[in-house]
Design a protein around this ligand. Structure first.
Ligand code: DAU
Length: 306
């Protein structure tokens, strides 16, 4: 793959580069006169951070620091640094309540601790240097093109292939789910209209127990691609050893985003999940490419002993 690709001349440019390389990042900001950043780049999978935290510290903390420094070096020309973060920085909830922007940070995994650290850096650059920033903390995303290490694509593909469906612990951990394009729209609105220096929570109002999602996926795969065995894929559900430090419940209060900017999610979980499962079944070559090589050794290391 070439390191640089221009798909729409003058409007879009892809540059393959490592955000941990400060000199390269700084050079790109100068070369292209970058004045706005929407910072998605991160190591994002909790289980990987438990097995090998190093790259999370490098990419999520040092990488964010390098981007902030490059932005700061642009001086008055720099307009906005938007930082994408996660609800996991707030830790775990009991059976009731929801995270607000005022909830104290209490990260429980190397992943969430690295994201919390990067959030603090962004905040500090606004307070100390006056860098124009916005920050968003979002709940679990799902939809097309999600890497199949995450729950929904992993279970969809395993179900299709009649492989065990690993459910951690008792399967009653709760996540709040947001369809990916709803997240994108929220980010666009925050970047356009959000108050500088502020944080906005983004959520889907779709709290679900993991086991319920896994059962829904089984039923959708059965509907679209009936099992050759003629019965329900729910028989593949396999309760495995829990994730260490597994947060019990997340829920997001996104009143601030709704009241200030008018955003709310457009997709319901049932229709979003249906579209997502259908997408994976229709794009098997995409998943095949992704699931070769390194992915195979990851699955072996992660699920081998559970
Ligand atoms: O809450 C936002 C976060 O959502 C993002 O910041 C993370 O980058 C993203 O990976 C996601 O974190 P989770 O750990 O919640 O997502 P994951 O898909 O790994 O797991 C969802 C739930 O399903 C979680 O409670 C663990 C459980 N799980 C996951 C896998 C991969 C299983 O029971 N079995 C599995 O094999």
């Amino acid at each position: 793959m070439s390191d640089i690709a221009e798909t729409r001349p003058g409007r879009y440019l892809f540059q393959k580069a490592d955000i941990c390389d400060a000199a390269v990042v700084r050079g790109l900001f100068e070369k292209y006169g970058i004045d706005t950043v929407c910072h998605f780049a991160a190591e994002s999978h909790v289980d990987r951070s438990i097995l090998k935290p190093d790259s999370f510290i490098q990419t999520n903390i040092i990488g964010t620091f390098n981007l902030l420094e490059a932005a700061r070096a642009r001086g008055k020309e720099f307009r906005l640094f938007h930082h994408i973060s996660t609800d996991e920085v707030y830790g775990s909830l009991g059976p009731v309540g929801a995270f607000t922007e005022e909830t104290p940070y209490r990260p429980n995994s190397p992943y969430s601790a690295s994201k919390a650290s990067s959030d603090h850096l962004v905040r500090a650059y606004h307070e100390t240097y006056g860098l124009p920033t916005t920050l968003s903390n979002c709940s679990n995303n799902y939809g097309p093109y999600q890497f199949p290490e995450k729950l929904i694509p992993l279970v969809t593909l395993n179900a299709l292939e009649e492989k065990p469906l690993p459910v951690y612990g008792d399967g009653k951990n709760v996540r709040d789910w947001l369809y990916v394009t709803d997240h994108c729209e929220a980010i666009r609105q925050i970047m356009e209209k959000g108050r500088r220096g502020e944080t906005y929570n983004i959520g889907g109002h779709a709290e679900m127990e993991n086991i319920v999602i896994v059962e829904m996926i089984c039923d959708l795969v059965d509907e679209y691609a009936p099992s050759p065995k003629g019965d329900s894929r729910r028989r593949l559900i396999s309760f495995v050893k829990d994730r260490p430090g597994h947060d019990r419940r997340y829920a997001i209060d996104f009143k601030k985003l709704h009241e200030e900017l008018g955003w709310s999610p457009a997709e319901s979980f049932a229709s979003g999940l249906r579209k997502t499962v259908r997408w994976y079944l229709d794009h098997l070559p995409w998943s095949e490419r992704i699931r070769s090589g390194e992915y195979q050794s990851w699955i072996k290391e992660q699920y081998g002993n559970r």
